[in-house]
Design a protein around this ligand. Structure first.
Ligand SMILES: Cc1ncc(COP(=O)(O)O)c(C=O)c1O
Length: 423
């Protein structure tokens, strides 16, 4: 395959802006072969350990053989199905999700994208409560579709005009702000259990418990976005379990696809189902809950909820934490903290934009990881959950190498100079 031609076609017919950005950053990686924790450039010259994983899409690694086998088998019997009809596969997947959720989180609407699933959660909260206001976290991220976009930061909304009425953001982990703004007019409060784009900020247990209590007190529905944190990422099947709270609505995406077939889920409490009972065709998604995708998602859930799988995540996470300790000692002037829960980490640097520079340095060291767009001091690290201890050693070595590069960059140039000159 001719890489130059691919880049030209992409630039001319898909996204000239993305092509220009990667050229400027000298990161013109075109995904070729991919397997397990690794992806190789189409020319076979660059191999990266994938610590981005599209935010959890590749929790089970690239082209996981069990998932591929499941999809292949499913094509013997199924296709997308018809979203208007009763479906054996959607019924099976809905039942499985209910069995893996606490309390009466028993109903699911399926979708194909996380934004779509968040939109549905917000629609349901508004319809059920009859209230207008939706409160989210400053710096949080729930997608780029209509209502999800309205919960996010201004930088992503501003070119499209005024925000929708009733949407408001409050600071993260701030109990006073929560009590001040979430009230009897609030339909829903939405947050990622661990806001990734904000810089993998881990909330306090006190905050999460007060949040739950205050939502109950005010009749506000608590929507927890587990698009990145769900499916074992933090060492528990659902990250909200760490905080001993039960949400009213849970949004699941990314990893539910097994990296193979898009599938998202909005899971909600039984009492809200009355709304869909009365309006069964008010929200439809042609491809949402496709029967092939349902087979894949069932397999993902079977693998991810296995206690041995979660034990593995916790074991490698503890091993990774030991590596972080040594890196923190060695690079104490650069690394402020490793914000880690399970296999989700934000590497926090002291200086602004060092998260961005680290992304570049890591790429040059053979590792793909991505800075947090709403806090560029931080680089996110989300390796596949199937990594081995040997691969953890490799990741620690690569972080070490990348921070050394970062030191060189910041000694030789100011961050601004570096970004202007080298990128
Ligand atoms: C926490 C979170 N919620 C929602 C979304 C939106 O998902 P999608 O891109 O599938 O619409 C994302 C995507 O990155 C996300 O990280």
């Amino acid at each position: 395959m001719n890489k130059k031609q691919i880049i030209k076609d992409f630039k001319d017919h898909v996204s000239s802006g993305k092509a220009a950005t990667y050229k400027k950053y000298r990161m013109e990686f075109v995904m070729g072969e991919r397997e397990g924790a690794y992806m190789t450039d189409v020319e076979g010259k660059i191999k990266l350990i994938n610590c981005h994983c599209n935010g959890g899409v590749f929790n089970l690694g690239h082209r996981n053989p069990e998932i591929i086998e499941t999809l292949k088998k499913a094509t013997d019997k199924f296709d997308i199905g018809n979203h208007h009809l009763i479906s054996s596969q959607r019924a099976k997947l809905g039942k499985k999700l209910a069995s893996l959720m606490p309390g009466d989180l028993d109903y699911t609407v399926f979708g194909v994208g996380g934004g779509e699933a968040v939109d549905l959660a917000i629609k349901l909260a508004k319809a059920y409560t009859g209230r207008k206001n939706i409160i989210s976290i400053k710096g949080g991220y729930h997608g780029h579709t209509g209502l999800a976009l309205a919960t996010g930061d201004e930088q992503y909304r501003e070119p499209f005009g005024d925000n929708l009425p009733g949407f408001m953001q409050i600071p993260f982990n701030d109990i006073d702000a929560l009590k001040k703004y979430v009230d009897e007019d609030t339909a829903a409060f939405i947050m990622e259990t661990i806001p990734a784009t904000l810089g993998i900020e881990i909330p306090s247990k006190e905050y999460m418990q007060q949040l739950r209590e205050h939502c109950t007190k005010t009749g506000t529905l608590l929507i927890i976005d587990e698009v990145q944190t769900g499916l074992g990422r933090t060492g528990k099947l659902w990250a909200f379990e760490h905080f001993e709270i039960q949400p009213d609505i849970v949004v699941i995406g990314k990893g539910l696809s097994g990296g193979i077939y898009p599938m998202t889920a909005t899971v909600f409490r039984t009492e809200y189902e009355q709304f869909f009972h009365d309006h069964p065709f008010i929200h439809v998604s042609t491809f949402g809950g496709s029967e092939l995708g349902a087979e894949v998602a069932l397999k993902v859930l079977e693998i991810s909820s296995d206690p041995a799988f979660l034990d593995h995540v916790n074991e490698v996470a503890a091993y990774l934490a030991k590596g972080y300790d040594s890196l923190k000692k060695k690079h104490s002037k650069y690394i402020a903290a490793f914000r880690q829960l399970g296999l989700m980490t934000g590497i926090e640097f002291y200086k602004d934009k060092h998260g961005l520079l680290f992304t570049k340095a890591a790429y040059e060291s053979g590792m793909f990881s991505l800075y947090s767009n709403n806090n560029m001091k931080v680089c996110q690290l989300l390796p596949p959950l199937i990594i081995t201890k040997e691969q953890v050693d490799e990741i620690i070595n690569k972080i070490d190498k990348a921070v050394s590069k970062l030191k060189y960059y910041s000694m030789a140039f100011s961050v601004k100079e570096f970004i202007d000159k080298l990128f």
